[in-house]
Design a binder for this molecule. Sequence first.
Ligand code: ADP
Ligand code: MG
Length: 307
Amino acid sequence: MKRIAALLLLLFLLCGCTAAHSAAADIFCMDTVMNLQIWGRDADKAIAETSQLLRELDSHWSAVRDDSVTAAMNRGETDLSAEDQALVDAVCALEARTGGAFHSRLYALSELWGFPGKEYRVPSQSEIDAALTEEKWDFGASLKGYAGQKAADLLSQLDVDRAILSLGGNVQTYGSKPDGSPWQIGIRNLEGGDSLGIISLTGTASVITSGSYQRYFEQDGIRYCHIIDPRTGCPARSGLVSVTVICRDGLTADALSTALFVLGLEDSTALWRESSDFEAVFVTDDGRILATEGANLSGCEYEVIRR
Ligand code: ADP
Ligand code: MG
């Protein structure tokens, strides 16, 4: 009898040890729906702490809230915590790396074109010229990538095996699948239906897409998207519909996705050739799909961009 009880206890413990506990949640944060899926003993705790982290980052860096760090910076306050200053420094370094195509002080222009409040309009050239001289911080092009990275750091401190966080379509992976098979990340198809193609990757990484289809308005047959070309002060029109960046660093992935969208195919390819930390997938206005040679894209026809 004792032996049976011991065997049952052993079986129970083994099952307890091997059963992959997982938890999932949908939250609304950073003006978008986010889906969190986490596996591991601490999955429930990790969902709660990750949700809280994302919400804190949202209010901390919000461009619209008066009590955010961003608002304080826009009032000229420069007394930042070491962690906040580190993000600002990293953002400035990415601005320099992209020749200013990624530029986090364009909020006056976003407001002028009506993007934050969705009250869209085409402004006059003199209004654009005036707004170009204003330097109003806005971390909207990098916050979700930074948040994904911070979330991965948080998960590494918990008993979590792996996770996949979809932050408004921007994906952060953490850890690896038990059988070692890669994560399969779908790239959104503009025509709806299934994803355009699949990115395969292992371990912790970010897959981030910027596109003209996300937020835009149309007037007189012209599509005006929410990504501004800092050289003109107007919505970017570089011949691309979307750019997806795959990178181990979330902040870099997010900043580059925005920058490459502004730069267009040719200049983006040049930037990729002089870099070694990211891969990219481009969809052009005329329907071409191109991927850099390390992008691991499958499930669609595409042209390969080689070094
Ligand atoms: P999303 O936020 O939709 O994922 P992006 O990461 O490309 O897309 O960021 C776009 C947002 O960044 C805009 O809504 C605006 O707040 C801001 N922004 C617009 N143009 C630029 C730019 N050239 N560089 C940096 N930020 C920008
Ligand atoms: Mg971005």
